[in-house]
Design a protein around this ligand. Sequence first.
Ligand code: NAD
Length: 300
Amino acid sequence: TAELIDGKAYAETVRARVRDRVAALHADTGLTPGLAVVLVGQDPASEVYVRSKGRQAVDAGMKSFEHRLPADTAEAELLDLIARLNDDPHVHGILVQLPLPPHLDARAVINAISPTKDVDGFHISNVGMVGTGQDAIVPCTPLGCMIMLRQYHDDFRGKTALVIGHSNIVGKPMARLLLNADCTVMIAHKSSTNIPELARLADIIVVAAGVPGLVRAEWIKPGATVIDVGINRIQRAGKPALVGDVDFDNVRKVAGAITPVPGGVGPMTIACLLVNTLSAFCHQHDLPDLPLLLDEQDPS
Ligand code: NAD
């Protein structure tokens, strides 16, 4: 049976590191990192995420600024708020919770965020920099996956990965990060017809499709590392349950290591938002950045 990749425990380690570093930097400089989260409308899942992000920022010793706007907010008004946050020296990270109501152009809104404060890593400039292998703010979910994968693969050269899902938020940046690490990367999506064959070649599978039970035990190369990004709310035995995209109970018998859902990628995603906020703060104040790898020593 596969080793369970304990995302919750990793996230706690990452958060503790961020918290220590925020305290040390505050003691040295008197400055505090600030994270602004903007929520438009009342999507219940978004409400939960926004609350959790704000709470975890505060727990890490950061300032949290929540901006809640009504669902019918005009784009100009939202852009105006972003311009003010871009200019606000107390705000080092800006996150606009997605999805936005349909009358708002999410691309225009995200690209209005200053790239140095774009802690989600969705601004075209950060995307382009990551795509060309330059240092930039990396989207939180793939960053969290990468940190966990590095615990199991100290060298990606010669390894083969399959990323299932090609969204701008998860699949594409995940594939780019693996490629930047010199992994051999395959990307599959809903129009792919040969996913089982591709999967059998993969030492690493990262799935972010939003399809419960998509990844099956027969697809898995024995010993492979399986990272399940999917979050699906289903009914199981008449009760609501949260499951990923992997047929967990069966895949677990073949894989070498696997993330559970919940308790895998999810907690690491928010921890990585804190990492990105701290990192943005450090760059804005010309302070040394936190190393991302869990096994690396903090230089301070
Ligand atoms: P999305 O809907 O934007 O993209 C889904 C991707 O999966 C697309 O590329 C699509 O082509 C592919 N796909 C869909 N059905 C498929 C199939 N049958 N076979 C192969 N590929 C298929 O979704 P997203 O935003 O990338 O999120 C994907 C999943 O990850 C969702 O379940 C979402 O809730 C979850 N998610 C989790 C976290 C986290 O922190 N754990 C963060 C973001 C997203």
